[in-house]
Design a protein around this ligand. Structure first.
Ligand code: GLN
Length: 310
């Protein structure tokens, strides 16, 4: 097995030298301002050691990675009731796809596509103030990362709201089917704010530690979710965390992971490590190109695929 202290900087150097970096998301105008040249990586192992390289401490827009933490909040307040709203099947479609909703009575396939995440966010939206629901996610992230320095990027949230017609269409369609119960505008605003949370790879890897550790945050000893919920969240990340590239990600990396169009990926090696990578250039499916390549190198060098025999 490779030595992480040597491996993590070596992977970052390999990624820095790559010229094919993918395209930065531009359908949210404020995300298009970020340079494709960034690369950051942090690996936190079960013994608490942190290995960081590149732009590990630069905050980026976590976007759809927030869907994992919204699900944690919804499970905390609604338990198994969450699954009445949203399924657990990979969609095989794009993150913002609308077609399945029509065929499936407005019930989204899983909590990690946009429709499913909006349905989950509807459960934690509280009244008309987006700061209430998004604040729950923010508090959770600050608590898990051990810092008050994590915040919503207001310009990104505004940019998303101004251009988020497709998400609005998904939300209204689900409302028409009774899948959303709150006021659509409030749910959408909460969703745009949670997606606009900005944090660094180091903070994100720290926030993910409970998922490598059966639901308990190893830093504080706090139980965040039950062991069964931790296992299920990891299962959903593996099968649905990369949209229509989830099968390919399982094939090449073999770890539960959730991507966002800001270029971040949170990956979990159960019992072994919580990993965050960030590189803003995306694949056509909207997943970080170099982030995926880096995780593939890491998982292979460490033998961390969940499909390995030990
Ligand atoms: N906020 C983005 C959207 O709703 C999140 C998408 C993503 O990260 N895949 O379009």
């Amino acid at each position: 097995m490779a030595d992480l202290a040597e491996l993590v900087p070596r992977i970052a150097a390999t990624m820095a030298a790559r010229t094919a970096r993918g395209r930065v998301a531009n359908y949210i105008p404020d995300l298009a301002k970020v340079s494709a040249s960034h690369f950051g990586m942090v690996v936190i192992t079960a013994d608490g050691r942190e290995h960081a390289a590149g732009d590990a401490d630069l905050a980026f827009s976590i976007q759809s990675i927030s869907k994992v933490f919204a699900l944690v909040e919804a499970l905390a307040s609604h338990g198994e009731g969450v699954w009445q709203r949203v399924g657990r099947e990979p969609s095989g479609g794009a993150f913002n796809s609308i077609v399945q909703l029509e065929a499936e009575a407005g019930r989204p396939r899983n909590p990690f596509i946009n429709a499913g995440a909006i349905a989950v966010t509807d459960l934690i939206t509280d009244g008309d103030d987006p700061r209430a629901g998004a604040g729950r996610i923010l508090r959770l992230l600050r608590d898990l990362a051990g810092t008050q320095g994590i915040a919503v990027d207001g310009a990104v949230a505004y940019s998303e709201a101004a251009t988020g017609h497709r998400n609005a269409a998904l939300a209204h369609f689900m409302k028409a089917h009774g899948v959303l119960t709150g006021r659509v505008e409030a749910t959408l605003s909460t969703y745009f704010h949670q997606c606009a949370i900005a944090m660094s790879c180091r903070e994100l890897a720290r926030a993910g530690r409970f998922l490598m550790n059966g639901g308990v945050d190893p830093a504080s000893g706090r139980r965040v979710v039950s062991p069964e919920q931790a296992r299920r969240i990891n299962a959903l990340m593996l099968t649905c965390g990369h949209y229509d590239a989830s099968g390919d990600f399982a094939f090449s990396v073999g770890l539960p992971a959730k991507s966002g169009v800001g270029g971040g990926i949170l990956a979990i090696a159960p019992g072994r490590a919580s990993i965050a990578v960030w590189s803003p250039g995306l694949s056509p499916q909207g997943n970080s190109l170099l982030g995926t390549a880096a995780l593939e190198e890491l998982a292979s060098a460490m033998g961390w695929s969940v499909f390995n025999p030990d």
